[in-house]
Design a protein around this ligand. Structure first.
Ligand SMILES: [Zn+2]
Length: 161
């Protein structure tokens, strides 16, 4: 039964991570990523000059020092995913932006070397939201008052054959 719990939790977390609408931005204006099951560690993703930075925050959104934590990133074309090299710079992880304006990013965070990895997913989308004028990946618009170019990753066609 424990496995079921984990699966359901993972599923719920991944739903949260995918839904960009209304997600509050972090203290540095970045996109928040859930790096724990209990909200104790979050990542804040920012992008400057083609370099992504991931800072760690605790549940009070205070900075967490980088120590034993590790992060891997995968993204880009789903058929040929890339694994950009993640390096450390002070208390942040950094990795180069991938080619393209829109691609999925999958983060695997470990609080300690032997800890279970927590996966966070998002879609990087550099196009500008017509409503809030933010890039879509940082868009904070509500789910109901959006335009036709907001899709919520669901369709109504039956998926199972
Ligand atoms: Zn928006």
């Amino acid at each position: 039964m424990k496995l079921i719990t984990i699966l359901v939790t993972t599923w719920l977390l991944s739903l949260t991570a995918w839904g960009h609408a209304g997600a509050p931005l972090g203290p540095n204006g970045g996109r928040m990523l859930e790096f724990s099951k209990d909200g104790s560690v979050q990542g804040e993703l920012t992008l400057t000059n083609g370099i992504f930075r991931v800072a760690l925050l605790d549940k009070n959104r205070k900075p967490v020092a980088l120590d034993q934590q590790s992060l891997t990133v995968q993204g880009g074309d789903r058929n040929r995913p890339e694994k950009p090299t993640v390096t450390r710079d002070g208390n942040t992880f950094t990795f180069p932006a991938l080619a393209g304006e829109k691609y999925p990013l999958v983060f695997q965070f470990r609080a300690k070397p032997n800890a279970r990895a927590v996966t966070a997913r998002m879609t990087f989308d550099a196009s500008i939201c017509s409503a809030c004028k933010q890039a879509e990946w940082r868009c904070q618009c509500g789910e109901d008052d959006d335009g036709p170019d907001h899709d919520h990753d669901h369709d109504h066609a039956p998926k199972k054959k």
